[in-house]
Design a protein around this ligand. Sequence first.
Ligand SMILES: Cc1ncc(COP(=O)(O)O)c(C=O)c1O
Length: 365
Amino acid sequence: MSQLANEYNAVNLGQGFPDFPMSDELTDLVNKAMKSGYNQYTHMNGFPLLRERLAAKVQKLYNTSVDADRQITITPGGTYAIYTALTAALQPGDEVIVFEPCYDSYIPNIEVNGAKAVLINLEYPDYSIPWQEVKQKITARTRMIMINSPQNPTGSVLSEDDMQQLIQITTGTAIMVLSDEVYEHLIFDDIPHYSVLRYPELMERSFVCFSFGKTYHCTGWKLGYCISSAELMKEFRKVHQFNCFTCNTPLQVAIAEYITNEDAYLSLPQFYQAKRDYFAALMKETLFKPMVSHGSYFQCYGYDHLSDEADKDLAVRLVKEYGIATIPVSAFYKEGKDDRVLRFCFAKKEETLEKAVEKLVKFRG
Ligand SMILES: Cc1ncc(COP(=O)(O)O)c(C=O)c1O
């Protein structure tokens, strides 16, 4: 959709990235790191001070003590952390429970390891997890359950009750958990983020993946990290060692300093909630039906009351005829389930959101 958006010079609310600048202070710190000579390989597991400070952050936010040496690895982005965890954990023939709609790398990453994605639809329209169905789909081959909160593409978030269900289902089994928490700080309406890191029973069986790109408005940096039990991290690092081995040094040095600025991430719920609300207020002028978003960069809108046009066709038509790019939610289902829903990214400047809605009001079905 981004390619089509460029071709038609459309406003791009499709792909998830901020169109506003990141912090000058952080880019200055990268410059400072480079000028101070941090330009060679750093430790395979990540710049040690950054890992120490991440451990301190996790202790403070989630009341969990993690060992910076044995439980944290810095990776070139969240996607890589997810791929590495799956590759470390899976054997051919294993089954992994995946909730759809989902981030597009999950299923290919499972299949490239010879494992099978067992797909479960989140419950439309609130996109909650149908735990009864999860219990029914567990077999002797179930090796892992993947969760993502706040969720891409729907903006749904998991509750304390969801976490208790997950604990109940996995306790006493060999089932691992992969928790994609790249939007940990993009959570709204005063809802706490129920990180897997809060639950020792889950931590012992989980890989938890994060992205600095989302937290610091720099998706192009492709820097993230994984936290897991020491035992699982040993396996994770066996894959990491012979893949990227070590990540960009000056970025890590800069973040190790910037991360002490707690306000930079603690202010994010309010910052992004204001964007979500601004966009929602503008969208009231359109005929699209808002769905619920409690987190992430995204807000979905339905249009089944306006038309039964396939979402992919409508998304293409919105670019070509109206000059606005969105993502059809069917693209996040392997079999293309189409509930007539489009995903909009509101991580944009107010003027971008205004321009987008000016175009969307013209759509009458
Ligand atoms: C749910 C989810 N997981 C992981 C990622 C990837 O993060 P990164 O850009 O750090 O690889 C994204 C990015 O869009 C995402 O939406």
